[in-house]
Design a protein around this ligand. Structure first.
Ligand code: NAD
Ligand code: IPM
Ligand code: MN
Length: 355
């Protein structure tokens, strides 16, 4: 079998710092991968107006096994045009419908909650990734007048809702927790008390899909209540499935439970097709170029990508080295260490090489 091919797109800001060092950490595992880097992002857009080059997405689907992405967002581009076309464009056009965001506390010291135990914070947010308000359908009428109207449609299709819910149940049925126990519960998060049309569709699809999984409890919370419960008693969650926007919001809250955005990993998945992996955090312009960004979110994202490609032994090496770094406090300052991005990542890579 030849080497798996990885398209690497660091993007903007701290993406350009954390992605290269995460690639080094992958290389330290000895995984048989071939990397090709692409310069899509703010600099290229400002230089020649290119966001996604012609044939860009079909090329990725044709020539690669996975995509490893940094972050997009630049204060000079106030419209966020390039990020929408590259990041959201990739999710939509490649139909990467399940945005999988694991929430795992590696060490009690990282969690802002009193007395938090790592075994109690181990759940996943499965976020719908191809529709909702992110379709950006709508318009503005009478712009600039006192009568201005802005309409932002929320698109929920039976197909889109059903497949992401099924993905969440399949995840619960097949992926154990860190401690080896099974995931017993899937929770639907919505706002169906106010948004009755879309909420009704999610509720019906959830009930119908859930019937096929007799061993998994199907539960529900409104998104506001979920936010409260996430900080009061996160141990009750196994798998949370929700729409695009609620998933975006609750996954940043959940990142806080793990030690901040510098720790959070994600995969954008369509089973059977090419998938894309990216840390949950953005380009963090205030941190960019200072060698202070935490590389762990990117390294744990790399581990997710390796596991997805069947390289489970190599993925486990990355996870073990990250855990060791956290326990030894050989980390960046946001999680209590005193190392820079490069030094923290090198410590992890060295640890991987020694395994
Ligand atoms: P952000 O994730 O960039 O930063 C939010 C906060 O988390 C900041 O305080 C930042 O310093 C901190 N943080 C983030 N990553 C960190 C890391 N690796 N180590 C230590 N601290 C870290 O979100 P934002 O400030 O809302 O957005 C900045 C830009 O990024 C915007 O243009 C936004 O649209 C974009 N963005 C892109 C993505 C993506 O490409 N996937 C995700 C989120 C935001
Ligand atoms: C994320 C980001 C993006 C999103 C932004 C940059 C459009 O916040 O990946 O979580 O909202 O999906
Ligand atoms: Mn987000």
């Amino acid at each position: 079998m030849g080497k798996k091919r990885i398209a690497v797109i660091p993007g903007d800001g701290i993406g350009r710092e954390v992605i290269p060092v995460a690639v080094q950490a992958i290389e330290a595992t000895g995984a048989a991968l071939a990397f090709s880097e692409f310069d899509w992002g703010a600099e290229r857009y400002l230089k020649d107006g290119t966001t996604v080059p012609a044939d860009g997405f079909p090329m990725l689907e044709r020539d690669f096994d996975a995509i490893f992405l940094g972050a997009f967002g630049d204060p000079r581009i106030t419209t966020n045009t390039h990020a929408k076309q590259i990041l959201l464009g990739m999710r939509f056009e490649m139909d990467l419908y399940a945005n999988v965001r694991p929430v795992r506390l590696l060490d009690s010291s990282l969690c802002p909650l009193k007395g938090a135990d790592p075994k109690d914070i181990d759940f996943v947010v499965v976020r719908e990734n191809t529709e909702g308000v992110y379709g950006d359908v709508g318009g503005v009428f009478k712009q600039g007048t006192a009568d201005e109207i802005a309409i932002q449609e929320d698109i929920n299709t039976r197909k889109g809702v059903e497949r992401v819910i099924r993905y969440a149940f399949e995840y619960a049925a097949s992926k154990k927790k860190q401690d080896g126990t099974s995931r017993r519960r899937v929770l639907l998060c919505d706002k169906s008390n106010a948004m009755t049309h879309s909420g009704g569709l999610w509720q019906r699809a959830f009930k119908e899909v859930g019937r096929a999984y007799a061993d998994i409890e199907a539960t529900h919370m409104y998104v506001d209540a979920l936010c409260l419960q996430m900080v009061r008693d996160p141990g009750q969650f196994d798998v949370i499935v929700t729409n695009n926007m609620f998933g975006d919001i609750v996954s940043d809250l959940a990142a806080g439970l793990q030690g901040g955005l510098g720790m959070a990993a994600s995969g954008n998945i369509h089973p059977g097709k090419i998938s894309m992996f990216e840390p949950v955090h953005g380009s963090a312009p205030a941190l960019a170029g200072k060698n202070v960004a935490n590389p762990i979110g990117a390294i744990l994202t790399a581990a997710m990508m390796l596991a997805h490609l069947g390289l489970t032994r190599e993925a486990a090496k990355l996870e073990a080295a990250v855990l060791e770094a956290v326990r030894e406090r050989r980390t960046t300052r946001d999680i209590g260490g005193n190392l820079g991005t490069k030094e923290a990542a090198t410590w992890i890579s060295d640890q991987v090489s020694r395994q």
